[in-house]
Design a binder for this molecule. Structure first.
Ligand SMILES: NC(=O)c1ccc[n+]([C@@H]2O[C@H](COP(=O)([O-])OP(=O)(O)OC[C@H]3O[C@@H](n4cnc5c(N)ncnc54)[C@H](OP(=O)(O)O)[C@@H]3O)[C@@H](O)[C@H]2O)c1
Length: 273
């Protein structure tokens, strides 16, 4: 039987109380690692400590949007073997309506937040290690009203691609996981209620919400990203890559069950185009 993927390893997970982050924290513990969890809200992190045990997980209240706070967090660590970044949020809306300051704030937390945390923890990597960033499928699939969601995902993936080459001589590997529409087995009640309110208000009139379905017509479970993290931890030469788990949403925008996209219709009616 293979050794546990995180046996004896010290890891950091940002967004640890989130849908994807909490599934990853639990899996790292199952795989023999310890986790320092990062988030802004203390209550859900405390609950995870109660559930998983203080010897396995601890937490630090860190806003990844705060340069000094992230730097101080990095300095407080003695050693780190793996950093998993999932902290982030999104903005969506028609391109002429989304205020650029809102998009900037989102980029600062979700894109630069990952860069900050990686930069602050890199001095604490000893003999190699792994980093996992988190993007999203907005750059590989069409979602109406999601220009900044697409832009931030592309920025994250491009950054990781270059940094992978830079860190390879230190045997530090960096990859990105790109989630399609992903849900938790047991969602954080506060977040679930907020998501339900948004979905209820928007489902019919918001093309973004209507576009979230995938050709498989299934929601993705957060545990699949925990599987991806374990795979990346086990594979010593897997770096600079993007793991897309999106139920074929990046393969086709069409659900493949009778629907024909407007683009196909345009082409077929005018073969000279
Ligand atoms: N779930 C999906 O369908 C999906 C699809 C595509 C992309 N994504 C992206 O993947 C990432 C993870 O998704 P998720 O579904 O797990 O999100 P989530 O459930 O909303 O959790 C986000 C986590 O990020 C933390 N966070 C947000 N801003 C932070 C900040 N400034 N500093 C520190 N922590 C912060 C939150 O904790 P606190 O509130 O305590 O700070 C929370 O734990 C996000 O960037 C999301 O946009 C998700």
């Amino acid at each position: 039987m293979a050794e546990n993927a995180f046996a004896g390893q010290k890891t950091v997970v940002s967004g640890a109380s989130g849908t994807i982050g909490s599934a990853i924290v639990k899996r790292i513990v199952d795989e023999g690692g310890t986790v320092t969890m990062i988030g802004r809200r203390e209550e859900p992190l405390k609950k995870l400590v109660e559930e998983l045990g203080a010897g396995k997980v601890s937490y630090s209240i860190v806003d990844v949007d705060d340069d000094d706070g992230v730097k101080a967090f990095g300095e407080s660590l003695d050693r780190v073997d793996a950093v998993i970044c999932t902290a982030g949020w999104t903005v969506q809306g028609p391109v002429e309506q989304v205020p650029v300051p809102d998009a900037l704030a989102m980029f600062s937390a979700r894109y630069f937040g990952q860069c900050r945390l990686i930069q602050a923890t890199l001095p604490k990597f000893d003999k190699g290690g792994m980093i996992m960033m988190c993007s999203g499928v907005g750059n590989t699939s069409y979602y109406p009203y999601y220009s900044y969601g697409g832009a931030v995902a592309a920025a994250i993936e491009a950054w990781a691609h270059v940094v992978a080459g830079e860190l390879a001589p230190r045997k530090i590997r960096i990859n990105v996981m790109s989630p399609g529409w992903t849900v938790a087995e047991q969602p954080d009640p506060e977040r679930a209620a907020r998501a339900a309110r948004i979905a209820e208000g928007n489902q019919t009139q918001n093309p973004f919400m209507a576009s979230l379905d995938s050709p498989m017509h299934e929601l993705i479970r957060a545990e699949e990203f925990a599987d991806a993290v374990v795979f990346a931890a086990r594979s010593r030469h897997y770096t600079g890559q993007v793991i897309r788990i999106d139920a074929a949403r990046s393969v086709t925008d069409s659900p493949l069950d009778g629907h024909v996209s407007p683009m196909t219709l345009t082409y077929e009616s005018d073969p000279t185009m």
